[in-house]
Structure formats: C-alpha cells, structure tokens
Design a protein around this ligand. Structure first.
Ligand SMILES: *Cc1c(COP(=O)(O)O)cnc(C)c1O
Length: 373
C-alpha cells in the first residue's frame, strides 16, 4: 500500500463526519518542484496550469519555475491575480479575438495556425513575441495521449509553418522567437529526449533569423498510476537536454501532470461494504465527480486505508465505488483490500487532472473540503 505523508495522515485521522476532503501536500510539492528545478539546471521550466490551477499550488510553484503556461483567457487572468510578476506563455488551439488581444501582455504566444497568425496581425496593438507550434509527423510510440505525430488539431505541419514564415517579415510588431512543440504525454526521459532531438532539428532548419533560437519542448513527462514509486527521470532528462542544446539556444519545458500529481490526496469514508453476485463492493462518500482521473485514464486509483473503529475484515478483492448512480463511478476494480464501514480511503496521486477536470455538480452531493499542509 502507498505511504501517506504524516501531515496528510493527520487530516485523515481527524476527518469529520462523511464529507470528503482534498489534501494538498504543499511541503511535498515544494521539495519535488525544487528537485525538478535543480535537475533541469538552466533549461527553463514553465508549469502547465491546466493540470491544477489551485492558487496555493501556484504560489508554491512560483518559487521554482520560470513561468506559467496557460491555455485560456480565464487561466491567464487567474495566474495574473495569483502571481502578477510571473512570465506567462499563452497557448491553445482555438484562441478567441479577446484572447489574442491579451497576447501583447504575455511573455510568449504560441501560434497554432496560419489563420490564427493572420488574425493576430490584423488586430494591431503592442509588440507580441511568438513561437510557432510545430506538429511533427513522426510516430510517438508508447504515449498515453498524442497531440502530434500525425493529423491532430494541434500545431502546424511544414506547410503551415512555411505559410507563417512568409507572413512574418512584412511587419515589425509580431516577432518570431522560435518553436513550440507538445507532441505527446506519458513518455519517459529517453523517448522525450529522442523527440526533442527531432524538434530541435526541425526548428534549426526553419531559417529563423533571430540570434537566439528558443525551443519550447512541451510537457508530457510520464506519471505511472500503477507504479507510483516509479518517477520520471528528471536528472537524465535535464542533462540530456543540456547536451542537445547548441550555444545561443534557449530550451524550455512545460510539464503539468508530473509536477503536481503526487501532491494531491482525496480522502473519503467507507459507508457500506456489500457482496453482490459474488463480488465485494466498498461504497465511499463522494465519488468520481470529485476525482475523475481513474475514469478518464481507465486505471485503478492508488490508495491507502486509514482504518476506522470496526474490526478488520480479511483482505479480499474489492471494487471501490462512489455515491453516484452510474456504473462508471469506480475508483478501483477488484483490488486486494481490507475495508470496513468507517475506514478512510486516501486516494493518492490526486494533484493533477483531478478535482479541476471533474463534473462536480452531477447529483448535487456536498463538495469536498480543501486542506493545505
Ligand atoms: C497539457 C499541456 C501540457 C502539459 O502536459 P502534461 O502531460 O500535463 O505534462 C504542456 N503543454 C501543452 C501545450 C499542453 O497542452
């Protein structure tokens, strides 16, 4: 079973009543982000805010990162309010006119298509620093999600890139600083370094005229929900990137999941244990409308049990479900556990793509409490 940090355990042991709770381990996040920072050295680190935009989390990360990557005007306004001094990069495949108008105020705008660049050029306003988002036609083997490596709505192929390069020289306002690529998620350091080599090769071939080529290599660093102790090899990735870099080049990465997944815990209480047609189910308060990750990723969410006052039943395969009236409300299927009513189940790895991607209003149950330790 996964180890619960003492400060999180203290909240679990005093969890009042039946209301579920999220606990964010900010001390753990601080240590983890510091280690990532050191491993990357002078490779720039932006955090992809869409993984978890919680203000307390952003404040901790702001001590370690060079900037935040946002995907909407809403995220941009939020980051500006929480960390006004932080450089921001704005990306996303469908930017509205209002979002493009905000571009002059951000450190970098990631351009996704020739039409988007035309709309940006037509808008007028202050100077804008852009990266062109590249979608390379190379196979991305082993990825959990692919944003590139073929036909997807993200970024541009060589035709789109060329069209943009022809639009840019005629004007002084929109300055090309380099290339952005976020091709896949769920990759290990060797696979991401191989992709980085391919992206850098393409970026250098663009005929970019600025002295300092910038390449943002995206996020997508692997997080294993089946083997939580297996972590992305940040030291190998950092030294690998520094070896690929040529003098005068700036490299940047923008991880989301691998930064914050580990700091989040979702605590729920077992309200019923039942056998139905030969299988054992534990029903907990709350549900996947608070923690949608196991449903979207199709995994068993790792967890620890904080025992309540009941006698320990023997360990057996248990399916852990929430309070929703749908068979999809499953956290983990047939996993070995000893669970009794009153126990607290502490679901781990609930710090990224967890609360903020969940359908909170479905069935109108009480929202969880939030604790920061
Ligand atoms: C989602 C996203 C990221 C972060 O991806 P993770 O898999 O969470 O690391 C980075 N860059 C872009 C453009 C994204 O869309």
């Amino acid at each position: 079973m996964i180890a619960v940090p003492p400060a999180v355990l203290a909240v679990a042991e005093r969890l009042p009543g039946d209301r579920p709770a999220y606990v964010y381990d900010l001390a753990g996040l601080d240590a983890h982000a510091g280690a990532v920072r050191r491993a990357l050295g002078d490779v720039e680190l932006y955090y992809a805010v869409k993984a978890n935009p919680d203000a307390e989390i952003l404040r901790v990360l702001a001590r370690h990162v060079d900037g935040f990557e946002v995907s909407s005007g809403g995220e941009l306004a939020h980051v500006r309010a929480v960390a006004p001094e932080m450089p921001v990069a704005l990306g996303g495949p469908g930017k509205t006119a209002a979002e493009l108008a905000q571009a002059a105020g951000v450190a970098r705008l990631h351009v996704e298509s020739p039409n988007e660049l035309r709309r940006l050029l037509d808008l007028g306003g202050g100077p804008v620093q852009v990266l062109l988002r590249l979608n390379l036609d190379i196979p991305v083997a082993g990825a959990a999600l692919a944003m590139g490596g073929g036909a997807t709505p993200f970024g541009m192929d060589e035709h789109g890139m060329r069209e943009c390069l022809e639009l840019l020289p005629a004007q002084p306002r929109v300055r090309l600083r380099g290339v952005h690529a976020h091709l896949a998620s769920g990759l290990g350091a060797p696979e991401l370094l191989a992709l980085a080599g391919a992206v850098l090769g393409d970026a250098r071939g663009l005929g970019h005229t600025e002295a300092d080529l910038e390449v943002n290599l995206g996020g997508g660093m692997a997080v294993s929900y089946t083997e939580p102790a297996t972590r992305f090899d940040w030291p190998a990735y950092g030294s690998g990137l520094r070896a690929l870099r040529r003098p005068g080049e700036t490299l940047r990465v923008e991880p989301g999941r691998a930064m914050t997944a580990y700091c989040g815990w979702y605590l729920t209480r077992v309200i019923d244990v039942k056998r139905v047609h030969g299988q054992t189910f534990a029903v907990v308060t709350g549900g996947t409308h608070h923690l949608r990750t196991p449903v979207t990723k199709g995994h068993d969410q790792p967890f620890a049990v904080v025992p309540g006052p009941e006698n320990r039943p023997r360990e057996e395969p248990v399916t852990i479900v929430g309070q929703l009236c749908t068979p999809k409300d499953v956290f983990a299927r047939q996993v070995p556990a000893s669970l009794a009513p009153g126990d607290v189940v502490a679901f781990a790895m609930a710090g990224a793509y967890a609360w903020n991607i969940s359908h909170h209003d479905f069935l109108m149950h009480e929202k969880p409490a939030f604790h920061y330790v």
